[in-house]
Write a protein that binds this ligand. Structure first.
Ligand code: GLU
Length: 460
């Protein structure tokens, strides 16, 4: 392996020109897809030194190929609401890249879901899945259906209609969906039931995130949040810091946020705030996880209910204000672009030491630049939130072997995977001339494995 010093200036220039040219082509081909272009730009910006050292990737035009999905499916999802009216939503599945394994990635049910959101998530998933070291390709899907305020019957009828179409394109060795925002164990259960009914066989490995009672892996619910904290633990350790005694702010209150809070608290941090799309709660004595879990996981209530049981806590309308709470460690676990340049500057001014992304692409490109230029320890989403999909891949392995591993075993494997992702990302950053830059390191480490597989498999 040559070092970066061995790379000729002319090769670096040729690589930079190639990256620019392909990015322009991607822009032209996907106008109006702001989130997708943002995700592509973040990856491409990291790759110039890699392409300079590996001209074979330019020769095989890997960038233009990797930014174009293998397949994008869009479909109508008609369903009948509780009033007997026919409603129509739009369903998506992007099968982005299968170079290293079957397409793998979640389904998101949220009104904001469109082609751009689906593609940014699917694109990120390619590199995230590669980083896990497991044999899974990249995919993603979802619908603009809003589960908020819908009855259980409505969610079931919508979900069954969604699967009636989706089932034509998925399978345990082809494409394996899971959950994401708005899709949890309940939705996965209905999706699995409908798939089984249509296919007439028990293909447990077609979906992950199932309940442990019918093939789900233990620790899958906790995996993304725990994984983010395991990843950040390594980064903090390398810089002489710990969760113990730190003040932590977590955005969101879904399963990623809840289990990031749980693990951070277990490690001795004081978790003082979390949020939902309506507002945030702040409790300087630490959020009660017992109350939070019951409100969100069992009763499906809004976060504002929390202060009725904990009057010492404050509820503030509007979710984005959460970043004005002073903290040592910020864990954005809600949604894309929730930290913009202004929020990043406020965090820095208030003394934040580390930021770990539990959500997908929660920081804008400008926010990342603020963290970078202020030497804030930064765990990028692709690496820091890969724990969820890692345990999904472990669920696939258990389903194939027709057995189930104890919680301790899955948790130990998850912990190892997160440590490896951290080390691989650090090593790649170092090797390509950006020591300590985990954004660059994760992008490069994730890219290399997929690019090599694409080269080996020819022009397909
Ligand atoms: N939606 C999760 C993610 O963003 C998990 C995907 C999966 O388990 O397949 O990685």
């Amino acid at each position: 392996m040559p070092t970066l010093e061995d790379v000729k200036q002319s090769d670096l220039q040729a690589a930079a020109d190639y990256v620019n040219k392909v990015y322009k082509a991607v822009e032209q081909r996907n106008p109006h897809e702001a989130e997708f272009l943002q995700a592509v730009k973040e990856i491409f910006d990291s790759l110039t030194p890699v392409l300079a050292k590996h001209p074979e990737y330019i020769k095989h035009n890997i960038l233009e190929r990797i930014a174009e999905p293998e397949r994008m499916i869009t479909f109508r999802v008609p369903w009948v609401d509780d009033q007997g009216c026919v409603q129509v939503n739009r369903g998506f599945r992007v099968q982005f890249n299968s170079a290293i394994g079957p397409y793998k990635g979640g389904l998101r049910f949220h009104p904001s879901v469109n082609a751009s959101i689906t593609k940014f998530l699917g694109f990120e998933q390619i590199f995230k899945n590669s980083l896990t070291g497991q044999p899974i390709g990249g995919g993603k899907g979802g619908s603009d259906f809003d589960p908020k305020g819908k009855s259980d019957g409505e969610v079931m009828r919508f979900t069954q209609s969604f699967m009636t179409e989706l089932c034509k394109y998925i399978g345990p060795d082809q494409d394996v969906p899971a959950g994401d925002i708005g899709v949890g164990a309940r939705e996965i259960g209905y999706l699995f039931g409908q798939y089984k009914k249509i296919k007439g066989g028990y293909e447990a490995g077609v979906l992950t995130g199932k309940s442990p009672g019918f093939g789900g892996s233990l620790i899958r619910t906790e995996a993304t949040g725990y994984g983010t904290v395991y990843f950040m633990q390594e980064l903090l350790k390398d810089n002489g810091l710990t969760f113990e005694g730190s003040t932590v702010v977590v955005s969101g209150s879904g399963n990623v946020a809840i289990y990031a809070m749980e693990k951070a608290a277990e490690l001795g941090a004081s978790v003082v705030a979390c949020s939902d799309s309506n507002g945030y709660i702040y409790d300087e004595n630490g959020i009660s996880l017992g109350t939070l879990k019951r409100l969100k996981e069992v009763e499906r209530h809004r976060l504002s209910e929390y202060v009725k049981e904990h009057p010492q806590a404050q509820y503030v309308e509007g979710g984005s204000g959460i970043w004005s709470i002073p903290c040592d460690i910020a864990l954005p676990c809600a949604t894309q672009n929730e930290i913009d340049e202004t929020a990043a500057n406020i965090l820095v001014r208030n003394g934040v030491k580390a930021v770990g992304e539990g959500a997908n692409m929660p920081s804008t490109l400008e926010a990342i630049e603020v963290f970078r230029s202020n030497q804030i320890l930064f765990g990028p989403a692709k690496a820091a939130n890969a724990g969820g999909v890692s345990v999904s891949a472990l669920e696939m392995a258990q389903n194939s072997a027709r057995l189930s591993w104890p919680a301790e075993e899955v948790d130990a494997k998850l912990h190892d995977i997160m440590i490896n992702i951290y080390r691989d990302s650090m090593t790649a950053a170092e090797k390509y001339g950006q020591p300590g830059d985990l954004v660059t390191g994760a992008n490069i480490a994730g890219f290399l494995k997929v690019a090599d597989a694409m080269v080996s498999q020819g022009v397909i």
